[in-house]
Write a protein of this length. Structure first.
Lengths: 299, 203
């Protein structure tokens, strides 16, 4: 505890925490509604997860186990520095294991491992307003939410179909929460949208620069907007993960050389590592025998 | 005991961690309506403010969050000065100005629509009610449905307001406006956010 003596526990002062806590409770009571809050300056720039960090700092306690992911990965800059931040200012246990974490702060992914009751997923949100790119005026979008007037969003999706033959939105795909509020799920790939629907975990969203907090309680309907003749579909991949051979997971493309070589690997690093530890091997996985340098198909 | 002493003693022994523990209990209860979250007595407010609702006040109220006290609580100078000393929360002039309303005798309380319901544009500007109940098991069982509840949940708080089920239906109909309720029993709390539907009364 000596390290944190110069800070209040979890960095924020108590009055700020109370203000954020009140906003979180209102957000949970009105699923999908964006609660304004007095976002503070954090020791990191806007766009680096200041909203998520403030939410996490307000809910975290000494018994919590924190996991932080950035685009699914536990080992990228944003995830590493936020994890280090909370280790320093709150002295909490941190992990990369999805199942043992009590709080998971995430930038743009939902873990592949199913979440359980009692876990809290904290999203970092850049633009919380799903209607913002269609209507720049806050006064208007607020009225549209108040009147449940979401025609503009359907026009946008329809124009996608008219132009591209399909709904071209692939991330930050708008959802309707509990049949009332249209919500931005943050820029997660639409692949993750079905995981939000009736999830046993509590989902909290923090947007620091835009000063909004919203929430989806457990077991709440989260339905991706679509049309009868153009139903919502998630991305599919025509090959499994090159390292762990996982199918039906979200994959990242990794460029291997300047001759067009590339591979697709799990975006969720924890999931991929666990599968490889269990003996799953993809076609580009490093061979266990040091003798054969070249990669060989596992099967 | 002297009011000055009563109003100074009985705050959180460990303000940072106690406030966090109380908030997490309220958050979990709000996220899972009907679930009962145990809460040790972390605050010792003067009667008739209970230990549980006193702890909620210390965890959530401050000078940005005006509180309203029901007549039973308002009659106690010790309660008013305890809340003032420990939380700094101002007293709301009317129930409709309050962010939080503390009710010691829910059976005699005013109608739910007398509190702030928020506006259609800002439904978060509503009153959160903290009702002190004797327990959460001996009253009329309420069957709950809605967000946060997998199938159904049952809770049976004692001494609820009159015509509560009918009043709550009206509260549901005002969605997204409406009030949220925290039920504070001596050693636990449970929540009824405005999205929770009371399906029916069990026989």
């Amino acid at each position: 505890m000596t390290d944190i003596a110069t800070y209040n526990f979890a960095y924020l002062d108590e009055q700020t925490k109370r203000m954020i806590r009140r906003a979180i409770l209102k957000g949970i009571a009105i699923p999908g509604y964006q609660v304004p809050f007095a976002s503070r300056e954090m020791p990191m720039p806007y766009g680096w997860g200041t909203g998520g960090v403030q939410v996490t700092a307000s809910i975290i306690g000494p018994d919590d186990v924190l996991k932080v992911i950035d685009q699914g990965a536990d080992d990228t800059t944003n995830a590493v520095s936020i994890r280090a931040f909370f280790k320093k200012v709150a002295n909490v246990a941190v992990t990369t294991d999805t199942a043992t974490a009590t709080i998971i702060q995430t930038r743009h992914r939902i873990p592949e491992h199913p979440l359980t009751a009692g876990q809290v997923l904290v999203f970092q949100v850049p633009i919380p307003e799903p209607l913002r790119f269609l209507e720049p005026r806050e006064t208007e979008t607020r009225k549209m939410h108040a009147l449940e007037e979401y025609g503009l969003m359907h026009v946008k999706l329809y124009e996608d179909i008219a132009k591209h033959g399909r709904i071209a939105t692939t991330y930050a795909y708008p959802v309707k929460v509990e049949g009332r509020y249209v919500m931005d799920p943050s820029p997660t790939p639409k692949f993750d949208n079905p995981k939000m629907h009736r999830s046993p975990a509590l989902q909290l969203f923090g947007a620091g620069r835009e000063k909004r907090i919203y929430a989806v309680p457990p077991f709440t309907d989260v339905v991706s907007l679509d049309f009868e003749d153009h139903p919502f579909e998630v991305q599919t991949f025509d090959q499994p993960c090159a390292l762990c051979a996982a199918e039906n997971v979200y994959l990242d493309e990794v460029i291997l050389d300047d001759h067009g070589g590339h591979m697709f690997v799990c975006s969720d690093t924890d999931h991929c590592e666990k599968r490889r530890a269990d003996g799953h091997r993809g076609h580009l996985a490093p061979d266990t025998h040091p003798a054969s340098e070249n990669m060989e198909p596992a099967q | 005991m002297d009011i000055a002493v009563q109003s100074i003693e009985g705050g959180f022994a460990d303000p940072v961690f106690n406030a966090q523990a109380v908030f997490r209990a309220v958050m979990d209860a709000m996220a899972r309506p009907g679930s009962v979250q145990p809460l040790p007595a972390l605050a010792r407010p003067p009667a008739p403010l209970s230990a549980t609702s006193g702890a909620i006040a210390l965890a959530l109220c401050d000078n940005d969050a005006p509180v309203w006290l029901d007549p039973a609580l308002h009659a106690s100078a010790a309660v008013i000065s305890w809340l003032g000393f420990h939380s700094g929360a101002p007293l709301a002039n009317t129930p409709a100005d309050a962010h939080f309303a503390f009710v010691a005798t829910p059976a005699e309380m005013m109608a739910l629509d007398g509190f702030s319901q928020g506006t259609q544009d800002y439904p978060d500007r509503s009153t959160t009610l903290i009702l002190q109940v004797a327990d959460l098991t001996s009253g009329t069982p309420l069957l709950l449905e809605g967000p946060g509840i997998e199938t159904t949940a049952t809770i049976a708080p004692a001494q609820m307001p009159r015509h509560f089920v009918e009043q709550w239906k009206q509260n549901n109909k005002r969605f997204p406006r409406g009030v949220d309720i925290i039920l504070a029993s001596p050693e636990a709390l449970a929540c009824l956010p405005r999205t929770t539907r009371i399906k029916m009364l069990e026989a």
